[in-house]
Design a protein around this ligand. Structure first.
Ligand SMILES: [Fe+2]
Ligand SMILES: [Fe+2]
Length: 289
């Protein structure tokens, strides 16, 4: 199983921790592109290609796929973690015919952030619906060998309660509970990894749900932790809870925030910097867990 980062807010990635899991991709000097957004390509042990999210514009997605020699038509399944533009809209650049799996609420909510930014992913999503290759599910489902979705996740902790964002639908305006956000659980010989989009329901709530569903011990979390403006108390609590749950390696990316990344990097020996154009290979157990 390999996890390849195609889109992130930064390019590069390296392994500051002793685990040395992150490796750069492409020929020396390959110019990967970045943008605000996130996208991972997962190559399973059965050689299936699963795309999780597509970034904002599709430009880094297609460019970076080209640099690693993968054609979009070779992707078997596309999974959208939640309905935000920086995960959904890049998917519009993919060829017609790919199957897209997401939560039903990814399609129906117009989001209004705390800063008043209004976004609707419906153009992209309705395009998929018209193609007839959309599969909506709020439950955990298998996407390929060793790859399952978490299903919908409910906020479990006061520390991770809603940030004040709202959504509107035909019935009015409501606090956004991000019920549409799901992660991916990857089960490898090394153990289980949780991949997150933004972790709006809370990174601890997502890890707890993933640990309940996984057949293997969860040892690593990678993706957006959504901790902009998080208090020191919340950061301390998150660190404790993740360690209590046996998380040894974290790769916080995308919307985590630099302040939170810095805080966590000083507290986790297994802190890895993953970015567009880098990869984690779970096939070769080079460390003893
Ligand atoms: Fe995001
Ligand atoms: Fe998001």
């Amino acid at each position: 199983m390999r996890i390849i980062c195609l889109v992130n807010n930064q390019v590069g990635g390296y392994h500051p921790s002793r685990y040395s899991l992150v490796a750069r991709l492409g020929r020396p000097g390959a110019r990967f592109l970045a943008e605000h957004g996130l996208s991972f390509l997962i190559e399973t042990d059965a050689k299936e290609l699963i795309l999780m999210d597509g970034g904002s514009s599709g430009i880094p997605l297609l460019h970076n796929l080209g640099l690693i020699g993968v054609k979009p038509v070779d992707i078997g399944t596309v999974f959208l973690t939640h309905g935000h533009y920086d995960h959904a809209d890049g998917l519009a650049s993919l060829p017609i015919g790919l199957k897209l799996i997401t939560h039903p609420e990814s399609l129906s909510r117009t989001r209004i952030s705390t800063s008043g930014f209004r976004q609707s992913p419906s153009d992209t999503m309705l395009g998929w619906a018209e193609r007839g290759r959309l599969e909506l599910s709020h439950e955990s489902m298998r996407l390929g060998k060793g790859v399952t979705t978490t299903g919908e996740i409910h906020v479990r902790h006061e520390q991770e309660s809603f940030d004040g964002s709202t959504f509107v639908n035909g019935k009015g305006e409501f606090p956004d509970n991000f019920i549409d956000e799901q992660g991916l659980i990857l089960e490898s010989d090394m153990g289980a990894v949780l991949l997150t989009g933004c972790a709006h329901p809370g990174i601890v709530s997502m890890v707890e749900r993933a640990a309940e569903l996984s057949n293997k011990d969860l040892f690593m979390v990678m993706g957006g932790f959504h901790m902009m403006g998080a208090s020191r108390e919340r950061l301390e609590w998150t660190t404790s809870r993740l360690k209590e749950m046996g998380i040894e390696i974290i790769a916080p990316m995308h919307c985590t925030s630099y302040a939170a990344q810095r805080f966590l990097s000083l507290r986790f020996e297994g802190f890895e910097l993953m970015a567009a154009g880098s990869m984690v290979d779970l096939r070769v157990p080079n460390v003893d867990f």
